[in-house]
Design a protein around this ligand. Structure first.
Ligand code: SF4
Ligand code: ZN
Ligand code: ZN
Length: 315
């Protein structure tokens, strides 16, 4: 067994992207230090903040909540308000919500649950409806992917939850891989105008709740390891609709590049961070606050994306 590159004790983890070996305490300390560094670099948490924290029961959000709870005592008045979204995906979401609940119980934090079915429709019903509409000529729902509905409705519901909990900001567990994937996807789709919306500390424009990504420097592969070392329960199953996702393709591509050229994902992330704001449209911010005429939530047009999608499904 190799020894830890930091303290010389027996190593438990090998990090291929920078060819280092770490023992359990040094690995956990590095994982937590990256979150602190992101907080410092992007000025994420402030004294007295009420922070809604999106927790799914997965590895990333579990690790994030645990680190934020450790950081909280040093940030006077910081309050963490965990929120979970039940999308209504049978056999997939309930076990993960159980993990989120267990973690919140162990940290002594109340977990608020928001359900798609109470505000929109359950994802399983949405997909059944979309599939029926696929047969209809000219139906706008025809080419919509599952993740489009899920992402837009989840974003809208997290925003609503943060607002109802009177939170100043919303923390989400997007890790370094997620941000690198989103950057690549936006390049492939020429969505330069969306760069602002996935930046490490974004929003607060146009009436939207500011979003922070404390795990921006943490590679995805390290979250499960951190959770295991810290006894954080998490659910690992794959969503039954994930095969439809564009993100899945971007992820497979980046993972294969990373395997041959270690460090590529971090390099892509760094390229995004240094290009942010330098490319025309890259720092475009949503316009002035407009309220959706249907649901009253912030929107860049007369109708928010969630209401537009719901209208299509019901039409
Ligand atoms: Fe939702 Fe797509 Fe994620 Fe499944 S894979 S939970 S449909 S965003
Ligand atoms: Zn060590
Ligand atoms: Zn709306």
């Amino acid at each position: 067994m190799s020894s830890c590159d930091k303290c010389g004790k027996p190593a438990k983890v090998n990090l291929h992207y920078n060819a280092t070996a770490l023992c359990e305490p040094c690995f956990c300390a590095q994982f937590e230090a990256r979150v602190r560094q992101a907080n410092k670099d992007f000025k994420m948490l402030r004294l007295g903040d009420r922070v809604a924290v999106g927790v799914s029961g997965g590895k990333d959000s579990g690790a994030m909540l645990n680190v934020l709870a450790k950081m909280a005592p040093a940030i006077r008045g910081l309050e963490l308000l965990p929120v979970t979204i039940d999308e209504g995906i049978d056999s997939y979401r309930l076990p993960s919500i159980k993990c989120a609940q267990e973690l919140c119980n162990s940290l002594g934090l109340p977990l608020a649950t928001y359900r798609f079915s109470d505000h929109f429709k359950a994802m399983d019903d949405i997909i059944a409806l979309r599939n029926r509409k696929k047969a209809k000529k000219g139906s706008p729902s025809k080419n919509r992917r599952s993740c489009t509905y899920c992402g837009i409705f989840r974003r809208a519901l997290l925003d609503r939850a943060a607002r109802e909990l009177d939170a100043d900001k919303l923390a989400i567990g997007h890790n370094a891989d997620d941000v690198a994937q989103t950057f690549l996807m936006n390049l492939l789709r020429r969505d330069e105008g969306k760069w602002e919306s996935f930046s490490p500390s974004s929003g607060g424009y146009g009436g939207f709740i500011p979003r922070i990504k404390p795990l921006i420097y943490n590679p995805e592969a390290e979250s499960p390891q951190y959770c295991k070392f810290k006894d954080i329960p998490f659910y690992e199953c794959k969503c039954p609709y994930s095969s439809e996702s564009f993100r899945g393709e971007a992820k497979r591509f980046l993972n294969s590049v990373e395997e041959k050229f270690p460090g590529s994902k971090f390099n892509l992330l760094q390229s995004y961070l240094s290009l942010q704001g330098k490319v025309e449209g890259g720092d475009k911010k949503p316009g002035r606050a407009t309220k959706c005429g249907k649901c009253g939530m912030p929107s860049s047009g007369k109708e928010c994306m969630a209401c537009m999608l719901l209208g299509e499904l019901n039409g």
